[in-house]
Design a protein around this ligand. Sequence first.
Ligand SMILES: Nc1ncnc2c1ncn2[C@@H]1O[C@H](COP(=O)(O)OP(=O)(O)O)[C@@H](O)[C@H]1O
Ligand SMILES: [Mg+2]
Length: 306
Amino acid sequence: MAQVRQRIKQIAQSEASTVLLEGESGTGKDLVARSIHTESNRSGHPFIEVNCSAIPETLIESELFGHERGAFTDAKGRKAGLLELATRGTLYLDEMGDMNPNLQSKLLSVIEHKRFRRLGGVKDISVDVRFIAATNRNLTAAVERGDFRQDLFYRLKVFPITLPPLRERMSDLPLLVDFLLGELQKEFKKKIQGLSPEAYRFLTNYQWPGNVRELRNILERAFILCEGEKIEPENLPPELIATPVLLESGSFLFNIPPQGISLEAVEKDLIRQALKMCGGNQIRAARLLGISRDVLRYRMKKFNFI
Ligand SMILES: Nc1ncnc2c1ncn2[C@@H]1O[C@H](COP(=O)(O)OP(=O)(O)O)[C@@H](O)[C@H]1O
Ligand SMILES: [Mg+2]
């Protein structure tokens, strides 16, 4: 993230007209796009966000380029597009990977010639805009499949920033948790000291498929549910708790979900896993489970494994 911050600064102060942000959903792409804008000398001008997958294909072109009166049936008057509104500022194209190929080629032309026409217009309008495109999809693969124009991809990729998923930078977790709890404290005016060590261990044990956004949501929920001074495991959602945490002592910290569990099913599954890990070797599987071979055989019989 220190590298990411440095890139933000470099790019913000440069004349770079295109930036590509790549990263899974929730890794902070919107935040980075806004930082690039605020730290640049464009900050006094608009920051305009377009979500390429949220606007219907039939509308996005007139949204971006604007139109002249009568350009199409519903075009009652002249309308400036987002490109014009973003003049001297930044246009943030979110979920760029979903933009249709026809629009991709029009956009490339705008980026290269710094000019465009409104729909139905005959006059070229010049643009001074920085384009920041974001995607949570692998654009290289999309290019290979032919879903994304290679020339546009190379044009965008001149200044790339890749945001790592949270699970690959878990050393940032304490900082993020502190920061997010601080924000929640301001918002909810509730005196919560933080997380208990047990609750915190669940956070470090989780894979965070939804990244920082998921962390934020989970902390917010816990914050609201928490009645004591510290957030406890029972304030965390089941998907976090369902992953057992191996403690240093070697035992598991496993919170039983409200709907309960079947002890027998858990035991059966652990035995099955151990046998699989040891290629069916009962002596090693028993050792893995901390029981004797006889006990293991007894349970295997009970569960009809043998
Ligand atoms: N480094 C960070 N520090 C603090 N909050 C962050 C950070 N990265 C992401 N967030 C928060 O996580 C949420 C998702 O971030 P966002 O920029 O919308 O992600 P993306 O656009 O990649 O899906 C937002 O609430 C954002 O404020
Ligand atoms: Mg986003």
